[in-house]
Unconditional design. Structure first.
Length: 423
């Protein structure tokens, strides 16, 4: 472990640079070994620093603005953001200032701005954590905030931003008895059956992980499978299956599952998870559009903007700019049409996306019903424990947002609906 604290700070700064300057996702960077050179404690600290900085980026920039006559280079701004965050979280200002002065000084393009970093972070320290705590919740970047305000209204988006400014709890799906798992982990059973841990620590060290008693899955992401009800003995196709939470749910409920995803790497992980939890599925690497056959039910968790997952992935609005969303929306419509061709007569399709954009949810289902007038939407499937009728949308789907259950940590933004083919 780095006793000086410089190594994890440099690594966190590198992650921030890659997300903001290069448009790369944290999951991609971490999966590619960006922190593998660090000791485990330093690795955890670097990841936490970078994630917290991205979650609080707007607040950090507002804290810094009075002390900057003009915006410095991004490399320097990221050092200031990290330093501001650490000071706001109560770290000793002396060590924080020295570390980020050194980081900026090591880069010959920015070494001349060491004095600026020193002076600005000292002024931030003088303001102290109390000034930070009084500031409003960080705003999402404008390119994303504007369409979301148009969809849901300013007040609701402010409520979502307030939830996204907090570190989310850990949700898990139990393989068996939820209360027994909650008792073993010191968690709470949520109204929809997931178990929530407010301060989980290292996931792999928790009781029941090695035994395969549960898996990590946001409470919202656990609902699409529940909409299918009793699937025991039914053939179910899980399209776009990685990371595999829904595949495990289906298998645990007794379905005969075929899980398909285009990513070989991610499907290897799905296979490993299935082994850990002692469940079986036919795991295939393939493009969804190449799949043929007929199933009793198809679950399509379509590729989307992932805007509903920002509370867990605060890098998303900074690594993306929305330019690919139009193509994703077109692809979703095509995938719905193909998925319907794989459903047996009388069978069902569950369509879902982890998006806050109506174009990736409500609008997709409205348009699918127009293209396929023989389809019906199964509103009765939404009549489940814990489902608030206020979440049910006009066309008969389910709209979940991060400000749902805000008082206990919220949930991911999701949309889901059940379509039934004629017999």
């Amino acid at each position: 472990m780095d006793q000086t604290g410089i190594a994890p700070r440099r690594a966190a700064h590198h992650l921030l640079q890659q997300v903001i300057e290069e448009g790369r996702l944290l999951s991609e960077l971490l999966g590619g070994g960006a922190l593998d050179h660090l000791a485990p404690e330093d690795r955890a600290r670097a990841q936490r620093l970078a994630t917290d900085a991205l979650r609080m980026l707007d607040r950090a920039d507002r804290m810094l603005k009075p002390f900057l006559t003009k915006e410095p280079p991004v490399y320097v701004q990221n050092a200031l953001r990290l330093g501001t965050l650490e000071i706001a979280q109560g770290a000793a200002a002396y060590g924080v200032v020295n570390a980020y002065v050194e980081i900026v000084g090591r880069n010959h393009h920015t070494a001349r701005l060491k004095g600026l970093v020193n002076a600005v972070l000292r002024k931030v320290a003088d303001k102290g954590p109390d000034a930070w705590a009084r500031m409003p919740a960080p705003l999402m970047p404008g390119w994303l905030r504007q369409p979301l305000v148009a969809a849901w209204g300013r007040k609701d988006i402010e409520a979502i931003e307030a939830v996204q400014a907090t570190t989310p709890p850990l949700d898990i799906t139990p393989k068996g008895d939820a209360q027994a798992v909650a008792d073993a982990l010191g968690g709470t059973v949520l109204p929809t059956g997931s178990v929530r841990l407010m301060d989980a620590g290292q996931v792999t060290q928790l009781p029941g992980y090695d035994a395969g008693d549960w898996w990590v899955q946001d409470a919202a992401a656990a609902l699409p499978v529940q909409l299918l009800g009793d699937v025991s003995g039914l053939s179910v196709l899980d399209l776009c299956a990685a990371p595999g939470g829904k595949t495990m749910q289906l298998a645990a409920r007794g379905a005969v599952v075929t899980a398909v995803d285009a990513s070989a790497t991610r499907m290897t992980r799905v296979g490993q998870n299935m082994t850990r939890v002692g469940l079986k599925a036919d795991v295939q690497v393939a493009d969804a559009f190449d799949v043929t056959g007929q199933w009793d039910a198809v679950l399509l968790d379509a590729p989307c903007s992932a805007t509903g997952t920002m509370r867990r992935h605060p890098d998303l609005p900074y690594a993306k700019d929305g330019s690919e969303f139009g193509a994703l929306i077109d692809q979703q419509g095509a995938m719905i049409d193909h998925a319907l061709s794989l459903v047996k007569p009388g069978g069902r399709l569950v369509f879902c996306t982890c998006s806050l954009l109506p174009d990736e949810g409500e609008v997709q289902i409205e348009e699918a019903l127009e293209r396929h007038p023989d389809l019906t939407i199964d509103r009765a499937a939404l009549n489940l424990p814990g489902i608030d009728p206020a979440w049910i949308t006009e066309e008969g789907g389910l709209r979940l947002r991060p400000d749902v259950w805000a008082e206990i940590g919220g949930m991911d933004g999701f949309y889901m609906a059940v379509l039934t083919k004629p017999a």
